[in-house]
Ligand binder design. Structure first.
Ligand code: CA
Length: 408
């Protein structure tokens, strides 16, 4: 591990091997790009003398492509490395001190900043890549059928979501209104749920008509994502075209995008697939990721699903998404689908078996779907002491007085 001179960074989940990017502001100042180190954010535009980081989103930097991402990361590691570390090994102690003198005045404690949506989301796609999750939902929604549809093992099933309602962690989530059964009737969802997922952020675009190349040439990094889901609205509307209003009211992401380069130690081959996928979906490199998620409900951990054994890996999702020549844009976001593993679920519908078996909390109470006032936080860690930050959101009532229309 390369050590940093930033206080507390080496002992945190945000040392020099991580360095996730986000968009921050201080009161009265414009939002701009920073990198997290320990409990600080480094203001990149003045440190790197590059106006691309003065933008209110990561998109202009993402559009520069992989060589620029790599060079910027290497430069930041040098700037932030301790004089006894390795990143600055070729320089003298004096030049390392010079690096510190450049960066230290631009280091801001996180408690002095507001974090913003890091990416201007272009298109948003959500997959369904966990065998456990897809099987469980099949059993719940279609109890008389095979849990998996015949296509599921042949292609990563996905749908296009609503890019404009992707919000940054901390944004309050209004309980959605919609059409529900029995009835149908129109009113507040009574089966509001979470989906703990990973989101992949695209930097390098493709031309219309072309397929994407290598995963790491297009995808910049990874974020945590909560795909809030109104199960009662979803169960009624989803036939035959898939999720719509039961999902589109809000999707929360972490304010931090962890570069793929920070996840080298997390890379694993990916779960064995049977049958072998068609050639265009064949894996060319190990893009399974050994990440462990943590789901907290009102401060209590209720599940720790593993991402490692997801059936479809993100390189396969990218290949599938562009197999028909659909172009990628900078800022595209595609999500893994709910991360559920053997015995550890990423949604309440699975944890409570559609509400029939409420979870027991430490204080002796039980809990099924989300109630007004509930707060859900999803975090994740990777090997090598890497944290993905957290995505959090609090449910507010459908009739909350902060809204103009205070009823459904
Ligand atoms: Ca989802």
């Amino acid at each position: 591990m390369t050590r940093s001179w930033v206080p507390g960074a080496d002992e945190s989940l945000f040392g020099l091997d991580n360095l996730p990017y986000g968009v921050f502001s201080r009161p009265g100042e414009a939002p701009r790009v920073g990198v997290r180190v320990g409990d600080h954010v480094l203001d990149l535009a003045p440190v790197l003398h590059d106006e691309v980081f003065a933008a209110p989103s990561l998109n202009p930097f993402l559009a520069r492509g992989r060589t620029a991402w790599r060079e910027t990361r290497a430069r930041l590691r040098t700037l932030l490395a301790d004089e006894n570390g390795h990143a600055g090994a070729r320089g003298s102690a004096a030049s390392t001190g010079g690096n510190r003198a450049v960066a230290e005045p631009r280091l801001i404690p996180l408690d002095q900043v507001t974090m913003h949506l890091p990416v201007e989301v272009a298109d948003y796609v959500d997959f369904y890549a966990s065998l456990e999750h897809a099987s469980n939902l099949g059993r719940i929604f279609r109890p008389d059928d095979e849990p998996l549809k015949p296509n599921w093992r042949h292609l990563p099933v996905g749908y296009h979501g609503r890019a404009g309602t992707v919000v940054v962690s901390g944004t309050p989530i209004r309980r959605p209104c919609g059409q529900r059964m029995p009835g149908p009737s129109f009113g507040p969802s009574v089966r509001l749920d979470i989906e703990a997922e990973l989101g992949f952020v695209v930097g390098t675009p493709t031309r219309l008509g072309e397929r994407a190349g290598a995963f790491e040439d297009h995808v910049f990094g990874v974020t945590l994502l909560n795909d809030w889901s109104a199960r009662d609205i979803q169960a009624w509307e989803y036939v035959p075209l898939g999720p719509f209003l039961g999902k589109s009211f809000a999707t929360s992401i972490s304010p931090w995008i962890t570069p793929l380069e920070a996840l080298e130690a997390a890379r694993v081959p990916g779960r064995e697939q049977d049958p072998a996928p068609l050639d265009y979906l064949r894996r060319n490199a190990p893009w399974g990721l050994d990440l462990t998620l943590r789901v907290d409900l009102n401060g209590e951990t209720i599940s720790t699903p593993s991402y490692r054994d997801m059936y479809w890996t993100p390189d396969q999702m990218l290949a599938h998404m562009t197999a028909n020549g659909a172009s990628l844009r900078t800022g595209d976001l595609f999500a893994s689908g709910t991360v559920s593993s053997e015995g550890a679920f990423g949604s309440l519908i699975e944890m409570t078996w559609n509400g029939a078996e409420p979870i027991k909390l430490a204080d002796g109470t039980t809990h099924a779907f989300l109630e007004d006032g509930d707060t859900v936080t999803i975090a994740a860690t990777a090997p090598g002491g890497i944290g993905l930050g957290e995505v959090t959101g609090r449910i507010i009532s459908a009739t909350d007085s902060t809204y103009t229309a205070t009823e459904c």
